[in-house]
Ligand binder design. Structure first.
Ligand SMILES: *Cc1c(COP(=O)(O)O)cnc(C)c1O
Length: 449
């Protein structure tokens, strides 16, 4: 199997790690097993193929390559240049983009970079409020974006839908230079065209941070923001199942001139990534992005994306059948948000489920009277169960197990959760069976070792 130089290197690396650093080796081994045997319904989880991990672990990591392909500050960049060009070409194809920058270290950096490319400190921006589903980097006071800019925030209406009327009213009142959209917990379709129309009315740029729904967009299961927004950002892990990293993409506005000098918007992004925000790119991650993009271009990805959707619908329907209040009545993407029963709160539900090897996260729901660290809702996502080839039938089983845990959990003082031992043992065993029947593509059943 390892009749290759990089393969031999990986194998020797693992052998050395095991011999010289058993403590760290054991942590990694345990983490690998944990992923295999727990059920991740965390909406931001994904999962990389072993080939993506192999690229991240290859010797390409040793190349320092400040700059861009063909214009590096160092010699010896022939192969990393080609890997970066491959990542760009494939990402353009996946998203139908005219310009892609594959160097951002993560989605947060991608967002900061867009802001640095087109804004000056003190400029006004409009972003979705964090507690309504926005992201920290969309102008939260605890984030650099909130410190540098004059932020106004829009949110959801009483039905839990993006309040486009409020967004427009705030835009007309405050005249932002940038409108940020894209969310972390919204279950409905985002109308990028409508946001662009508001931006055009007030002379603002639009940044669509589609980190959560990038896979559905790539598969054509959610409208694309590439041409509607001036800038589209995403991470490459969550729903793209690639390495940790970010992308900045542009469509029809890529070659448009920015308003205060002669450079195009894509040229401004290019120099904002490097040298303004970042130093040498993570070339191993860029190569892994190329690998992940190739996987997105295969027919199998369309099927995976459809499973993401089908499973999310099945989760929502089966929760509703059991009497749970599903926020918004269902979902258009991979996220399902539901209100926890009255005897619980979000954090107790999260802890109880984790003790039974079901991973979810607590989340605020519209009109929530509890803070974000307690919350009244739970957010589920179907990316990882879809990767395991689970289908609607297994979602029914998952909800049955979730319901069993939430019905039996008792809240202890300090907000700890206690699930009776017999119930816990029964659910843990059921989850283990389910996970073994539907293994992650990279972590098959332990007994095969
Ligand atoms: C997860 C997320 C991010 C942060 O991504 P990183 O790559 O971890 O920085 C940014 N925006 C949104 C909408 C997200 O959901």
């Amino acid at each position: 199997m390892h009749e290759s130089h990089i393969g031999r290197n990986l194998e020797q690396g693992i052998a050395t790690l095991r011999r010289e650093d058993p403590e760290l080796f054991d942590l990694l081994e345990q983490e690998h097993l944990r992923q295999g045997e727990t059920l991740s319904l965390v909406a931001s989880s994904g999962g990389t193929d072993a080939s993506v991990m192999a690229v991240v672990g290859s010797s390409i990591v040793n190349v320092t390559a400040e700059g861009y392909p063909g214009r590096r500050y160092h010699a010896g960049c022939h192969y990393v240049d080609r890997a970066e060009e491959l990542a760009i070409a494939r990402a353009k194809k996946v998203f139908g983009a005219r310009y892609v920058n594959v160097q951002p270290h993560c989605a947060s950096f991608a967002n900061h970079t867009v802001m640095q490319a087109v804004l000056k400190p003190g400029d006004t921006i409009l972003g979705m409020a964090l507690d309504q589903g926005g992201h920290l980097t969309h102008g939260s006071p605890v984030n650099l974006s909130g410190r540098l800019f004059d932020v106004h925030a829009y949110g959801l209406d009483e039905k839990g839908l993006i309040d486009y009327g409020e967004l427009r009213a705030l835009a007309l009142e405050h005249r932002p230079r940038l409108i940020v959209c894209g969310t972390t917990s919204y279950t409905r379709v985002i109308d990028f065209e409508r946001i662009r129309a508001v931006a055009d009315e007030v002379g603002a740029y639009v940044l669509a941070d589609v980190t959560h729904i990038a896979g559905l967009i790539a598969a054509g299961l959610h409208p694309s923001p590439i041409d509607a927004a001036h800038f589209t950002t995403t991470c490459t892990f969550k729903q793209l199942y690639g390495p940790r990293g970010g992308l900045i993409m542009m469509g029809r506005d890529a070659d448009r001139l920015g308003d205060d000098d002669s450079r195009t918007l894509s040229q401004r992004i290019r120099s904002a990534v490097f040298p303004m925000m970042q130093g040498s790119p993570e070339v191993h991650t860029i190569a892994a992005k190329a690998r992940a993009m190739d996987r997105l271009l295969q027919p199998g990805f369309g099927e995976l994306a459809q499973r993401i959707r089908d499973n999310a619908d099945a989760l929502a329907a089966s929760l509703a059948r059991r009497g749970y209040d599903v926020i918004g009545g269902g979902t258009d993407n991979h996220i399902v948000l539901f209100r926890v029963p009255p005897h619980l709160n979000g954090v107790v539900a999260e802890r109880a489920l984790e003790s039974c090897h079901i991973l979810v996260n607590k989340n605020k729901i519209p009109g929530d009277t509890r803070g974000a660290t307690v919350a009244s809702g739970v957010r589920l996502g179907s990316n990882t169960v879809a990767l395991r080839h689970m289908g609607p039938e297994q979602m029914e089983r998952c909800v049955e197990l979730i319901d069993t845990v939430l019905t039996h959990v008792r809240t202890l003082p300090e907000g700890d959760a206690q699930v009776p031992d017999d119930v816990r043992a029964q659910v843990v065993a059921a989850i283990r069976d389910l996970c073994r029947d539907f293994p992650l593509p990279y972590a098959t059943a332990t007994e095969t070792l």
